[in-house]
Design a protein around this ligand. Structure first.
Ligand code: DGJ
Length: 726
């Protein structure tokens, strides 16, 4: 059984194959006892951790617990005696900001429960998942907070989310509701997060905890790019392969928070959920509210195992749709080839070259609609520009299909240009606050997705375009984040709900459109990886990882993102040199081998490609068709990190363990230095593996213990080694 309740000891055990998560009901408060490697029995809280320190507030608990301010808690509220950061806080009709929750009861479900209206993990046939529901209740205010724990026993994953119910006759205002909270007994950890910016997404940062608050978050209406919604604590000596790692990622695409408050007794409170900053939610009598799901991945075998557990659940229990498990399309996107300056003939020329190479799909990016020749205009006017495309989308799509290519199209559905027919007809449809300027960014404003009429309009134009034209793929872009985030239809007291209501609107649109068009592959994008998160991946199984398509920069970005997300979710293309963003020259081999493990494609004018590059591209496509499944469904091992040096190596082991691919990259050469040794991981030590290029056979133990020697003499060299079990 994954969930065991020890009624005598008031303890709740959540067991996966290799991990345990334990909490206890202490005088009505939930105390966090343990999260870590599997244990069958945890001593009661009273004996577990020495409770040093004198409570400064009040001795609200009997000895030996003393005070809720020093008890290690599982979910905390504001206003009584725990003065650390609360997981839940609200202001009631009498002006009181105090909530006092006490344990009321629990239920166990033999199924996975999920937060309503929000993306979440799910089970497939054969998956074992139990859910524990714990009800906490404020007797005075008649508010219930339900904590949900879903235990994916075989996958070593637990997820958590929260539901709040107003059982009273009166309304109240909620201003923080976290999805995950747990207090740890000591601060001997590093905090790991993924920070970024436009064109520099997903960079790994690791810092020791300090006493005080350290946090990462988003306040801009999208999840990134400043940070990916991810946080981990790891022992100071945790490596890729050993030591404790506690990872969290939020299934949410808007304003989020993840933080660690280390208190005066050096004990960290780890929390994750909706960002309480500028958040309020009016809870009328009888209403319920769901906070997003957090995916928890604990590993006692280092960060690599934590990542592999994340990859597995994201691939199999989060992403959905017809393309979840299939190999997707090798595409060519015209953005960096033409930007908005194209004609139908030019597009056909690129498509011809693509067909010759063996590409599967041609994607038409920004600039095909309204009067869109520059970024200054036309978002919202989603009708084809027949001056550029005289055959229309249908005609162009059919011509492309006739070459044996599928056809994909770019949209930016959430946006509106002030210079558009849509804006002239509906000036109130954008996010705005009366009396303040509507500040454009990239000459555009954000549509107000808190409104049903706006959501319906988006679903209608997408439905029309996708049903009338032969479209197999949609790139869903979002090129600005929020400013003046108010809504014309919401009352004054609801204005701080805008950011979350926007997400609920977006998710309802995505649910409707992706369900109606199961054969269309959707790819997320927000100026690259500005909204790369587990919420988006529920609807779209891949995201354009970054606008920086330079191979060297992509080594950092893709390695960083792989901390949480599998390569199957990362759009990665070969682009032209000198690179358009960073002006670096890199050989086609490096550009190809860096993009290959992701969702592979091209982002350049194929009609201008040299014969040499064409030959290399054909080889790349061949390798991708042959090994895409290993990159996307196999296990990933980071053999070395680009954040620590000039060389890096990624390894992928196929699901059946018979194929092993090692990608070796060297960005800067050095002469007269020792050869680099790369030791493989995750092989069968007793088996033999043949290097298919050389025909040489090695023992699994040899590859893992002696490793592969390669030189690093030259700049920007790389290799792809394939081993087959013999
Ligand atoms: C930002 C995206 O990341 C690019 O790939 C491209 O689609 C442009 N937007 C188009 O405006």
């Amino acid at each position: 059984m994954a969930i065991i309740v020890n009624e005598q000891k008031n303890q709740f055990y959540l067991h996966t194959k290799n991990t345990s998560y334990v909490f206890e009901n202490v005088c009505g408060l939930l105390a966090h006892s343990y999260w870590g490697k599997r244990v069958e029995d945890v001593p009661p809280m009273a004996e577990l951790y020495p409770l040093t320190g004198i409570a400064l507030v009040a001795a609200d608990l009997p000895e030996p617990y003393r005070s809720s301010d020093i008890l290690l808690q599982e979910y905390s509220t504001y206003g009584s005696c725990d003065l650390r950061t609360p997981s839940f806080s609200a202001v009631y009709s009498d002006g009181s900001p105090i909530t006092k929750l006490a344990f009321k009861g629990y239920k166990i479900y033999n199924e996975k429960l999920s937060p309503k209206g929000l993306p979440a993990t799910y089970t497939n046939e054969g998956d074992i998942c139990q859910t524990l529901e714990v009800e906490l209740f404020d007797e005075l205010k008649k508010v219930s907070v339900f904590l949900y724990y879903c235990v994916f026993e075989e996958k070593d994953i637990i997820t958590r989310f929260t539901k709040v119910v107003n059982n009273s006759e009166e309304a109240f205002t909620m201003n923080s509701v976290q999805s995950f909270c747990a207090d740890f007994p000591h601060m001997n950890y590093d905090m790991i997060n993924l920070h970024g910016a436009w064109a520099r997404e997903g960079h790994i940062e690791r810092k020791p905890l300090f006493v005080g608050t350290q946090q990462v978050n988003s306040k801009n209406g999208a999840s990134g790019p400043n940070h990916v919604p991810f946080i981990a604590l790891a022992d100071k000596d945790t490596t890729e392969d050993s030591g404790d790692a506690f990872g969290l990622t939020l299934v949410y695409s808007g304003n989020w928070y993840a933080g660690v408050d280390v208190d005066r007794h050096f004990r960290p409170r780890l929390m994750m959920g909706l960002n309480p900053f500028n958040f309020e939610w009016q809870m009328k009598s009888g209403e319920e509210f769901y906070a997003p799901e957090v995916i928890m991945s604990y590993s006692s075998q280092g960060l690599g195992q934590m990542s592999r557990q994340f990859h597995n659940i994201v691939r199999e229990n989060l992403c959905r749709g017809n393309y979840r498990d299939t190999e997707r399309f090798v595409l060519v996107n015209n953005w960096e080839a033409t930007y908005m300056d194209f004609t139908e003939d030019k597009l056909i020329e690129i498509a011809d070259a693509a067909a010759e190479l063996g590409v599967d799909m041609f994607v038409l990016d920004d600039g095909w609609f309204g009067k869109r020749n520059t970024a200054t205009t036309s978002l919202g006017d989603w009708y084809v520009n027949t001056e550029k495309l005289p055959s229309g989308l249908k005609g162009l799509g059919e011509k492309i299909n006739a070459k044996g290519l599928k056809f994909g199209l770019w949209f930016e559905p959430e946006m509106i240009s002030p210079d558009s027919d849509l804006y002239r007809a509906h000036p109130d449809w954008c996010l705005h606050t009366n009396g303040r300027p509507r500040t454009p960014c990239r000459y555009q404003l954000t549509l107000d997705l808190t409104r049903k009429d706006v959501c319906d309009y988006i679903v209608d134009f997408l439905t029309k375009t996708l049903s009338e034209n032969p479209i197999n793929y949609v790139k869903w872009d979002m090129n600005r984040h929020f400013s003046e985030a108010g809504s014309a239809l919401l009352a004054a007291k609801n204005q701080r709900e805008v950011a979350h209501r926007y997400m609920l609107g977006l998710y309802s649109i995505l649910e409707r459109v992706t369900t109606a068009f199961p054969n269309v592959l959707f790819e997320g994008c927000s100026s690259g990886g500005g909204r790369f998160d587990a919420g988006i991946l529920h609807y779209m199984p891949q995201v354009w990882s970054s606008d920086d398509s330079d191979a060297v920069e992509r080594l950092y970005i893709q390695e960083g993102l792989s901390t949480v997300f599998p390569f199957s979710t990362m759009g990665a293309h070969v682009s032209a040199v000198p690179n358009h963003q960073i002006e670096r020259n890199t050989p086609i081999k490096l550009r190809g081998l860096v993009a290959l493990p992701g969702q592979f494609g091209f982002e350049l004018d194929l009609s201008k490609m040299s014969e040499e590059d064409k030959t290399a591209s054909k080889e790349l496509i061949k390798a991708y068709k042959q090994y895409g499944e290993v990159f996307h469904r196999g296990e990933y091992f980071k053999l070395s990190s680009i954040f620590k040096g000039q060389n890096t190596a990624w390894e992928f082991v196929s699901e059946d363990k018979n194929t092993v691919i090692v990608m070796l990259y060297n960005i800067q050469g050095k002469l007269a230095v020792p050869h680099k040794v790369t030791k493989l991981k995750g092989l069968d030590a007793a088996a033999k593996y043949e290097d298919i290029k050389t025909g040489k056979v090695y023992g699994g133990d040899t590859l893992m213990n002696l490793g592969i020697f390669h030189d690093c003499d030259h700049d920007q060299t790389c290799d792809m080694l394939v081993f087959k079990k013999v």
